[in-house]
Design a protein around this ligand. Structure first.
Ligand SMILES: Cc1cc2nc3c(=O)[nH]c(=O)nc-3n(C[C@H](O)[C@H](O)[C@H](O)COP(=O)(O)O)c2cc1C
Length: 139
């Protein structure tokens, strides 16, 4: 079975509340552990950027649930590739909240100087997530 890495971007919808992040992470960590999906979620209070890694079928199943979730919208795949090994093996879903450091990092990956994941190439989104990973304990 092929391992894949899927990266998508989305925008928090108007029904999204800030404490939804806790609920999302709790559910994600239970479901992802069952599906052996790992990854990282970055949220800057407007955009989500998430990476999902695992067996193709499990990642696709997870993404299908996520894409239907009305707490976010404009869910757009930036990259989906076969991989040899996981880059985020330690997290059933690592979380990177916004900080001054993540703001600067995210902006540095965007030509306009303003973080906009929809304007990013998949490879660049992946590199940003790898840098953001350094902000999460247990990397
Ligand atoms: C930004 C965002 C990221 C999410 N990430 C995951 C995830 O990694 N794994 C997961 O099982 N659910 C994730 N969810 C929650 C799913 O959308 C969904 O609520 C959950 O999988 C339960 O599925 P169901 O409501 O179709 O039963 C995420 C939701 C949002 C809004």
């Amino acid at each position: 079975m092929a391992l894949i890495r899927l990266i998508y971007a989305s925008v928090a919808s108007n029904i999204f509340k800030s404490n939804d992040v806790v609920t999302i992470l709790n559910v994600s960590r239970i479901n992802n552990a069952m599906r052996e999906v790992t990854g990282l979620l970055f949220f800057n209070k407007h955009f989500f950027l998430q990476c999902l890694e695992g067996e193709e079928q499990q990642v696709e199943e997870t993404y299908d649930h996520i894409a239907k979730d009305t707490r976010h919208e404009k869910v757009t795949i930036l990259s989906c590739k076969t991989i040899n090994s996981r880059s985020f093996p330690n997290w059933t879903m690592g979380y990177v909240p916004q900080s001054q450091l993540t703001n600067e990092l995210a902006q540095s990956f965007c030509d306009s100087g303003t973080f906009d994941p929809f304007a990013m190439q998949g490879d660049s989104a992946y590199e940003l997530l790898c840098k953001l990973k350094e902000q999460v304990p247990n990397h």
